[in-house]
Design a protein around this ligand. Structure first.
Ligand code: FAD
Ligand code: SF4
Ligand code: SF4
Length: 461
């Protein structure tokens, strides 16, 4: 008999007033008993609706039934037959709008905790698994990958499994993309990402860091070096600003810069020497997951007051509900229906406040979201000494402007068809570089499709 409890087995987590002062992981993961209990909530539906919600088609009921039986090693094999980074996805996938959104248990009560179970299995394997990764024999073909984020790494893993010699060229000094420099340690420990990347290296994937393609080497040069195809997974890391007065003041950051200083350069550790202003009062402008990460990080760095300024209402805010809930618990204050109009500075050029206006919601736009409009004579100032802009990012133009034949759309995203083939022969692209800022699992799905297309392309030459 399945366990008909309406609620997921709760996930242990650090207390809000303790965790908002440290960078340790907030959620602590299931024990074996908790995982088995949650797994018995799965009805093993014949039509497997949950699988259709997963961009990489994890065989969800199969792995969950193995968890219920206690065969965690086999469950891991089932998950990794389609998903190269399960410890990452179990933590950061927006499950509520993907696999769990389709789970029938969600019709009445909470869906099965698919993400929590995936994370449990991946963490169990890291501690206890046999780790018997075998490097497949070389098939005689070489492929270059630009960018070691989820798109590039999943493409690299799939090609390496097919026997390709794969070299990943990464601009930063560490592999992982946003998983390393964007998503904070308290949501995704970097040791977990490093372990997932280690498995790819065991498959034979070579990762060369500090290699900015478009500067150190061009795509033409990669072809001259004997690579038969190139995959571009360079993400969308170029921050967008509002264009308001005061954005050049000391104490204004883009969320990407702020989070990179914290994550990649460990600005929160006393024994690391990364310049980051310790602020007393911080305004984060924007309402996505990136804004939540920036606000929660600012709090952990010691800010007394942290405000999230968002121009629509709580109903429209795009961040995951779980992240908003965690942020509120940790003492972040939300200023909904509020929009900044200028940032105020003191005589020395430091931020001293942010002037905002109140907003009201008008009719829905073409995307169905209600358009915010300024309420007249509603200006007010919030005293802050740091402003973090988190209103979006776009792809860096470096690669497309240094490569002939690569087309981009008006948002600067590379043009690629459903098979991830670009407008330049032998060049494939996927992830945020093509879609604009999206999700880890969509980037990984694109990397997988590209690997398939690259395989077909090279073998048909
Ligand atoms: P990226 O992860 O950006 O990786 C691109 C890589 O290419 C980088 O390592 C970059 O250094 C490298 N690169 C760029 N240019 C060059 C070049 N010229 N030469 C060589 N290398 C280059 N998604 C979720 O699903 N869940 C979340 O909870 C979530 N939270 C997020 C929080 C933050 C703060 C941010 C910024 C994003 C978040 N996302 C989340 C989005 C998700 O991380 C991205 O959609 C995903 O990482 C995109 O993967 P990618 O491989 O396309 O690009
Ligand atoms: Fe769900 Fe993401 Fe796992 Fe797919 S990869 S089953 S969407 S948590
Ligand atoms: Fe199990 Fe939910 Fe998938 Fe049905 S839809 S098989 S209950 S996880």
């Amino acid at each position: 008999m399945p366990n008909m409890s309406l609620n997921k087995v709760p996930m242990p987590e650090q207390q809000p007033n303790i965790r908002n002062a440290n960078f340790e992981e907030v959620t602590l993961g299931y024990t074996e008993e908790m995982a088995k209990e949650e797994a018995t909530r799965c009805l093993q539906c014949k039509h497997r609706p949950c699988v259709s919600g997963c961009p990489v088609k994890v065989k969800i009921p199969d792995f969950i039934s193995l968890v219920a039986e206690g065969d965690f090693e086999k469950a891991y094999e089932v998950i990794t037959s389609t998903n190269a980074l399960p410890a990452v996805c179990g933590r950061v996938c927006p499950q509520e709008s993907q696999c769990e959104a389709k789970c029938v248990r969600g019709i009445k009560g909470e869906p099965v905790g698919i993400g929590r179970l995936e994370r449990f299995v991946a963490d169990w394997y890291i501690k206890n698994g046999k780790n018997n990764v075998q490097k497949p024999p070389f098939n005689g073909h070489k492929v270059a990958i630009i960018g070691a984020g989820p798109a590039g790494l999943s493409c690299a893993g799939d090609l390496a499994q097919r026997g390709y010699e794969v070299t990943v060229f990464e601009a930063f000094h560490n592999a992982g993309g946003v998983l390393i420099y964007g998503i904070p340690e308290f949501r995704l420990p970097k040791s977990i990402v490093a372990k997932e990347i280690e498995k790819l290296k065991q498959l034979g994937v070579k990762i060369l860091t500090n290699m900015v393609i478009g500067k150190i080497l061009s795509i033409d040069e990669l072809f001259e070096m004997g690579f038969e195809a190139v995959f571009i997974g360079s993400g969308a890391g170029l921050p967008v600003f509002m264009g308001i007065e005061g954005e050049g003041l000391v104490g204004v950051y883009s969320a990407n810069e702020f989070l990179t200083r914290i994550n990649l350069m460990k600005a929160y550790k006393d024994d690391y020497d990364t310049p980051i202003k310790k602020s007393n009062s911080v305004a984060v402008v924007g309402g996505g997951n990136v804004a939540m990460d920036a606000a929660r990080s600012a709090k952990r760095l010691g800010a007394k007051d942290v405000y999230v300024i968002y121009r629509r209402s709580e109903d429209e805010i795009p961040a995951r509900r779980e992240e908003i809930h965690h942020a509120k618990e940790e003492g972040i204050e939300f200023k909904f229906l509020t929009n900044p109009v200028r940032i105020l500075g003191d005589d020395e050029g430091n931020v001293k406040g942010i002037e905002c206006v109140e907003m009201i919601l008008g009719d829905p736009d073409t995307s169905g979201r209600r358009t915010p409009k300024t309420k007249s004579d509603s200006n007010f100032v919030i005293d802050v000494d740091c402003v973090i802009m988190s209103i979006g990012t776009s792809p860096n133009p470096l690669i497309r402007t240094t490569t002939n034949g690569l087309e981009a759309n008006r948002r600067g995203c590379l043009v690629a068809d459903e098979s991830m083939t670009t407008t330049r022969e032998g060049v494939f692209a996927g992830g945020d570089a093509v879609t604009g800022a999206a999700t880890v699992i969509l980037a990984m799905g694109a990397g997988k499709i590209a690997a398939e297309s690259i395989d077909k392309y090279i073998l048909s030459k």
